[in-house]
Design a protein around this ligand. Structure first.
Ligand code: SF4
Ligand code: SF4
Length: 173
């Protein structure tokens, strides 16, 4: 049986203009451990996927994404509505850190933090590459617009109606 798990957070700084303060293609030159705060923040593509509720099989530990997002996520912008107080308001929200990446199997395979941690390059649609936050949506990675807030979904209906096991299948492997 699967039980709702209010999944983790992200560094919600998407769509923030990145600029000269960031070194040229810094993510290819610096390991994560050496990045400064601005660089670390800029890695978040703002997809919002880590703010989706995931269900975990109690027996196998297998996780599956749902189409239901955290109560604090603004579905239209993919930004946290109370970033400053998110940890107090959503106990399951956790900050993406280098330590957390060691065990963050709940992050989608598209997540820039996870990819760099695994030694993989960023995708073409990452705003740092494309220069345009809109490419995250164009690539079908952003949850903007189609996810539903948990405020509007009864918990009992999540497993029945809102599972999205194939959400990131094409990016796996
Ligand atoms: S999944 Fe990764 S890239 Fe996407 S919003 Fe979360 S932290 Fe940012
Ligand atoms: S509290 Fe904010 S950052 Fe954390 S999971 Fe919810 S929407 Fe995402």
């Amino acid at each position: 049986m699967k039980t709702p798990q209010n999944k983790p957070e992200t560094r919600k700084t998407p769509n923030k203009p990145h600029s000269e303060a960031l070194g040229d293609r810094f993510w290819e030159k610096k390991p994560l451990a050496e990045m400064n705060e601005a660089e670390w923040e800029a890695l978040c593509d703002g997809c919002g996927a880590c703010c989706l509720i995931q269900l975990e099989d109690e027996d196998t530990g297998e996780r599956v994404f749902t189409k239901v997002a955290c109560t604090l996520l603004d579905i239209g912008t993919c930004k946290c509505k109370d970033y400053e107080n998110r940890f107090e308001k959503v106990p399951g929200c956790s900050k993406v850190t280098l330590d957390l990446l060691k065990t963050a199997d709940w992050l989608p395979p598209t997540c820039a933090y996870r990819r760099l941690y695994d030694g993989k390059p960023l995708y073409w649609w990452h705003p740092l590459i494309s220069g345009d936050p809109a490419t995250v949506k164009e690539a079908g990675v952003s949850i903007k617009g189609w996810a539903r807030s948990e405020d509007n979904v009864h918990p009992d209906e999540i497993e029945e109606k809102y599972l999205a096991p194939n959400l990131f299948k094409r990016f796996e492997g």
